[in-house]
Design a protein around this ligand. Structure first.
Ligand SMILES: [Zn+2]
Length: 455
């Protein structure tokens, strides 16, 4: 799979070339040619303004002149970034790649600033492209091949296949991936080590290329979106690409890549699985596979890389969408400094996180009679009955128990990996992605972390 290219034909100029639509903040004199004129309302934020201008562009237009003259350098760069991101068409067989001309008082300076920003956007676009790929094309094997292609950017890539996973004792990943024709794999992407000798920060991403739910089969309605159940792994890969292109050091990504399929050898509710850490897990619901593969990946990261902190990213639970909707990802964290660093990075890139709790009762709900821990709370627990409503908190409590005493954060991105679909009432269209399309959420956020300084 070819890596994401710039989704527009980008130019920089002092004066607008003829024949393009024109987007400008406010109404500004000095433009005489008749053509589509698009307002650039900066109040919602510069990234969103650029995205909305691109979304408003007439489908038949040759391109857009984005008037950034008179704006501060940071503001201009954000507007331009928003327009470029919104122009991405990762699922289109024939993307338009229209012209985008950034008008600036000093085009050379904006071009130089753009070159420094591009790695972060390229990471986001890689994540979107991976998420957009359907599961018959992005099989676990194909995903691993795409990740192996990142070697060319200075990332060290290691791959454990099924035999390697079993040999390493990663019984949770082995069980979840057992019934699929392809996989399971465990892929690690590593930047060069920190020159000061600090331990790396480890990103863990859920890479379920397709999630049927397993024997606890999902309903058919909406199941097609389960091709996006690897968005956490894609976000981590995008962040690692951005960091590598910027020459950063001291981060690793550990990505369990599986398909949660149905078959004669599929794992079952009621099974007791041995995890890599040695603790046993009672399976309650085969559709809660994400926390299982993440737990083994966290254990592998700890023993293989001795990281100083772990951040996992996963489309983990439906209940986080019920709690937070489609504008915030859930942030669960056991460390104040790491929480602050993530919230700061999230604010800088405009990918919103909202802190969520793990209570003692969530931990106690996972007590098992037949194993060291239960994978989900039993049906009937929680104020409303059923295990679905507080499931995001129970999932986080499960993962937390595999983090040990390490600073750890978990981003549940199940509501924000795809832009809200057109038919979803009461939602503003996503400013940076077409309706229903991947957002690449998490790639820019993790790339914005100062990996050499973050706790
Ligand atoms: Zn599932």
């Amino acid at each position: 799979m070819a890596e994401a290219a710039l989704p527009v034909r980008l130019g920089f100029a002092r004066r607008p070339p003829p024949g393009l639509a024109w987007a400008a903040p406010g109404l500004r004199p000095g433009w005489s040619e008749a053509g589509q004129q698009i307002p650039l309302p900066l109040a919602e934020g510069a990234l969103a303004a650029g995205g909305r201008a691109m979304a408003a562009l007439d489908p038949a237009a040759a391109g857009l002149a984005l008037d950034l003259r008179g704006l501060g350098a940071g503001l201009a760069l954000d507007v331009l970034s928003g327009a470029v991101l919104r122009a991405a068409e990762p699922a289109k067989p024939r993307p338009l790649r229209r012209r985008l001309v950034a008008l600036a008082d000093d085009p050379a300076a904006l071009r130089a600033a753009w070159a420094a920003r591009w790695p972060e956007l390229r990471g986001n676009l890689l994540a979107r492209r991976l998420v957009a790929a359907p599961a018959n094309r992005l099989t676990p094997r194909a995903f691993v091949a795409a990740l192996s292609g990142l070697r060319g950017h200075g990332l060290r890539v290691e791959v454990l296949d099924r035999a390697g996973i079993e040999q390493a004792g990663l019984g949770l990943i082995a069980a979840v991936g057992r019934a699929a024709a392809s996989g399971p794999y465990l892929v690690t992407l590593a930047l060069p080590p920190d020159p000061a000798g600090r331990a790396p920060i480890a990103f863990i991403g859920k890479g379920v290329c397709f999630d049927t739910g397993g024997i606890c089969l999902k309903p058919a309605e909406g199941m097609e979106t389960m091709r996006a159940d690897m968005a956490g792994a894609a976000a981590c890969a995008g962040a690692m690409l951005a960091l590598a292109l910027r020459g950063a050091r001291g981060a690793v990504a550990v990505l369990p890549i599986v398909e949660n399929a149905i078959g004669a050898d599929a794992y079952r509710p009621g099974d007791v699985l041995a995890s890599g850490s040695g603790r046993t897990v009672e399976v309650v619901d085969t559709d809660a596979e994400g926390r299982l593969i993440l737990a083994d990946a966290m254990h592998y990261a700890r023993t293989r890389f001795a990281p100083r902190a772990i951040v996992d990213v996963a489309t983990l639970t439906g209940s986080i969408v019920i709690a937070l909707g489609r504008h915030h990802a859930g942030l669960f964290c056991n460390h104040a400094g790491l929480r602050a660093a993530l919230l700061d990075a999230a604010a800088r890139v405009g990918e919103a996180l909202w802190p969520m709790p793990i209570g003692q009762s969530h931990r106690e709900d996972l007590a098992s009679e037949i194993a060291d821990i239960k994978q989900c709370a039993p049906a009937g627990s929680g104020a409303w009955g059923g295990r679905l409503l507080p499931d995001a908190c129970h999932a986080a409590a499960f993962l937390e128990s595999f983090a040990g005493d390490l600073p750890w954060a978990h981003l549940d991105i199940a509501g924000v990996d795809l832009a809200p679909p057109e038919e979803e009432a009461g939602e503003e269209p996503h400013p940076l992605a077409a309706p229903g399309m991947p957002t690449g959420f998490g790639a820019r956020l993790l790339a914005a972390l100062d990996v050499s300084a973050a706790p």
